[in-house]
Design a protein around this ligand. Structure first.
Ligand SMILES: [Zn+2]
Ligand SMILES: [Zn+2]
Length: 485
């Protein structure tokens, strides 16, 4: 069994920290805990463990609560009064906590400051002097003795990991938090620093002496440091870095993201049909762009977040399709971007191109994924009957400005809900008729199924090019000419 724990800036469970890579969204959850701060800890204590009324009466009447053999004196005024300080000393609080809850101005801070307060009190009242070294501090259970140990563990774990910011999450047993809060709010100086924040302060103060270039932040850290105050286990979570760009896809044989092999479902060792790669297609835009970057940043893996995607056999030209590349667990976080661009273009030569890269943040992922924009296309198709050129051009041009009704195409019906979408053909540009082949350029609303607009998907798209020409149309190829972002 474990101690019940109050979470503060942490998503670990009392059974131990999560081993696996954080899922998307976990960071947000964690930020929530972190910014909720101490208030959330109090709320948890109250809602989960509210003392009943009779318990509360017993608490005040009985006066039978002891710490280090001394009954609590409920009539004692709180710190920073001399009586309050004396009371804290009698309870056996450590120097660190005495400084934290004493509310006195001291020359030093931390344990040294507490020692000053203790010596002052002893000088004022020799009675107090007979309370020697405390056994176990009722406020922190001597947690502050572990600061040095934790600091050296943190320093050791982050060496070799490039970083400039850190955020701490501390995990303490709930009953300790609860007891500390009771004593501090009754006897501590008003506004005293709660245990967790004081503990984090102490760690950070010592750590900045060791690592000169680090700053401590409350959100978007490079490194998230999770400390379990019970086991003293330290876990380092290297936060991902994000790069924004737009890609041009010059090949008709590459999927946007990695596709696991259909035969073996992408298992590690692969199978015969995928030649041991585990992949259905040897290349993907994700890896052509992502792999050189992953290697340069000494990272574990990538995720690819595109602003939509084109079919494998569709090229994407013009200024390209916006995307965010997420680089997971990078040991390097700073790199010359022009150099990365050259490395990507050398690796993806003739297949994929990028013009630039910019550092961005996680929020950009959702923005890119949710964004919808009009697109211009060139599409070439074969007609089942040779068309009269003038009539064909006029019929196709007449589609400009019309609103299509598109039932979910058959080819995607296994993964898209069946419904009818209304999409506008914004404009029809050039129409070229060459025998039984026709090439058109057109601009459509986001989400238009272009191939279906041409061949009609057996009448599921109305109107359609096939419909107005009154013949069958077979798509030869399709290019995205521009994404109007
Ligand atoms: Zn203490
Ligand atoms: Zn396979």
């Amino acid at each position: 069994m474990g101690y019940p724990c109050v979470f503060d800036g942490d998503s670990m469970t009392s059974d131990g920290p999560k081993e696996k890579e954080p899922e998307m969204g976990e960071e947000d959850e964690w930020q929530l805990f972190a910014s909720a701060g101490y208030a959330s800890a109090e709320a948890v204590v109250e809602s989960e463990d509210e003392p009943s009324e009779s318990e509360e009466e017993a608490w005040f009447d009985g006066d039978d609560i002891e710490a280090n053999g001394v009954s609590l004196d409920w009539d004692a005024p709180p710190c920073p009064t001399p009586l309050g300080i004396a009371h804290m000393i009698k309870l056996g609080v450590c120097d660190h906590c005495l400084h934290r809850v004493g509310g006195r101005r001291t020359k030093n801070s931390g344990a040294e400051g507490g020692k000053e307060i203790r010596e002052d009190a002893q000088a004022r009242n020799p009675d107090i002097a007979k309370f020697g070294a405390p056994e176990l501090c009722p406020l922190c259970e001597d947690l502050f003795d572990d600061v040095g140990n934790i600091v050296s563990r943190v320093a050791e774990s982050v060496s070799g990991v490039q970083h400039s910011t850190m955020q701490f999450g501390i995990h303490l047993p709930k009953d300790l938090i609860q007891e500390e809060d009771r004593i501090r709010s009754r006897h501590g100086a008003p506004g005293s620093r709660p245990l967790k924040s004081a503990f984090v302060d102490a760690i950070q103060a010592d750590l900045s002496n060791l690592l000169s270039d680090v700053s401590f932040v409350k959100e978007n850290p490079d490194l998230m440091i999770r400390v379990d105050g019970l086991t003293l286990r330290v876990d380092i979570d290297i936060r991902p870095v994000f790069l924004y760009s737009r890609y041009r896809k010059l090949s008709r044989e590459i999927p946007q993201t990695r596709w696991p092999c259909r035969a073996c479902r992408g298992r590690d060792e692969g199978c015969e049909s995928c030649q041991g790669t585990g992949l259905q297609y040897p290349d993907s835009i994700q890896d052509l762009i992502g792999e050189p970057i992953r290697e340069a940043l000494n990272a574990e893996d990538t995720s690819f977040h595109g602003m939509g995607r084109e079919d494998i056999d569709v090229r994407c030209l013009g200024s390209g399709r916006p995307f965010v590349l997420e680089i997971k667990n990078p040991l390097v976080r700073e790199y010359d971007l022009e150099e990365l661009v050259s490395m990507v273009n050398a690796n993806a030569s003739e297949k994929v191109e990028i013009d630039s890269l910019e550092w961005t943040h996680k929020k950009r992922v959702a923005k890119v994924k949710q964004h919808r924009s009009e697109k211009s296309y060139t599409i070439r198709f074969k007609t089942s009957e040779t068309q009269d050129e003038v009539k064909a051009i006029a019929s196709i041009e007449a589609l400009s400005g019309t609103v299509l009704e598109q039932e979910t195409p058959k080819r995607v019906s296994h993964r898209r809900a069946a419904k009818t979408r209304k999409r506008k053909v914004v404009s029809v540009g050039k129409v070229a008729v060459e025998g039984d082949e026709i090439e058109i350029t057109l601009r459509c609303e986001a989400g238009t199924y272009i191939k279906e607009l041409v061949h009609s998907d057996e009448g599921r798209t109305v109107p359609s090019v096939s419909g107005v020409l009154d013949c069958e149309c077979e798509v030869l190829w399709l290019d995205v000419e521009e994404i109007h972002d």
